[in-house]
Design a protein around this ligand. Sequence first.
Ligand code: HEM
Length: 421
Amino acid sequence: MPGTREGAPAEHGFSRRALLLGGGAVAAGAVVGGGGEAYAQARVREAVARERAQADTANALVTQTFHGVHQSGIEMTPQAHQTLVALDLHDDVDRAALRRMLPIISDDAARLMAGRSALADSEPELAIMPTGLTITVGFGRELIARVDPALVPAWLAEQPRFAIDRLEDAWVGGDLVLQIAADDPLTVAHTRRMLLKDIRPFTTVRWEQAGFRRAWGSQRTGTTQRNLFGQVDGTVNPEPGGDDFRRVVWDGTTEDRNPAWLAGGTGFIVRRFRMLLDKWDLLDREGREEAVGRRLDTGAPLTGTAEYDEPDFDAVTPLGFPVIAEYAHMRRLRSPDTAQRILRRTYNFEQAPRSADELSESGLIFTAFQHDVGTQYVPLQQRMSDLDLLNEWVEHIGMAVFAIPPGCDEGGYVGQTLLEG
Ligand code: HEM
């Protein structure tokens, strides 16, 4: 809440900048001069206060909590904008270096999510409208192995591969991932830059995927989003706050195969799909609905009338064919094994076309959270790879898997259970 964000956002800004930049900051300080620094800080405080007074209180000052048992950005309705950044650790980053880097990420994240600038923030005015900002940190296999190979969860030891994969190097792997999401794209951009600046001594960006949903305020909360095929996408998903959610995401539904440091955390997969929209354009509405087994207008199963109606997989047409085809996406992805369930959190992307023959490079950034990637997600992806009509109009071009450590208390940092547990 706005009232919880106290103090001047840039209160330590200049001293931390001096710490991070060393000589450069000393030079800048020399220009500003002794009293000059206090003057500059007062100017920043004024600017920030002015900006905050202009904020539209409906959404601008909404905050999510960084500290807690679980990390933020998972058990919630997804925000309108999200950027995922996967990073590679520099070769010399060892356990001791991680012990220095991870508290910096947590400190920045806690401040930015609360609407306060990070310590070395050179654009503090950009930090004061968090619009529900969340920052979620995930570890790839390599990061965990640098601490202790024995602590890598079994499902992260080897990346799963599927026959349908047409993976492009640009979208694969990563030692560390940051999921940065908010209802305002400027907030996301500022947060991304702040975090990357602060961990630059340790990491290099490997890939980045920016996605969007409907703009904040354009639809009633709880409305299922649409993807660029026009489909209602996200209907069957565990509800935040429920036991079901806890079982799928936090506790796991099967025998617990995770290492102790991951208690309160979960598993995360990022899969990038190119949507072949020009080919999709050639398909009539009936064919489009058949591909998933749901109606395009309401998102209802083809055997029902409303989005949340239970599908009737036994229903047949007058000619005796199943109404929801065996190869329909929804039918393929509904596993008879209730342990094989995941939390989907998808975003759309659209970029400039790769060639003059196309109108755009569009698709879906499919992400899913589940406690055990191996037993919950992999069987579903295998079914989709084996048979799914939707595959006619998508290319599976990216894949990355991460462990999401638990949250942390104030004074702690995300990753503490791995490094010190
Ligand atoms: C471009 C790729 C994809 C598109 C366009 C897509 C689209 C959809 C749509 C429209 C639905 C029906 C509505 C809903 O329940 O959300 C659906 C359901 C579902 N999808 Fe996907 N999906 C894609 C990829 C995937 C992948 C990679 C997985 C997991 C491996 C997956 C898992 C599911 C599940 C579990 C359901 C719910 C099935 C049920 O009714 O129980 N989807 N998807």
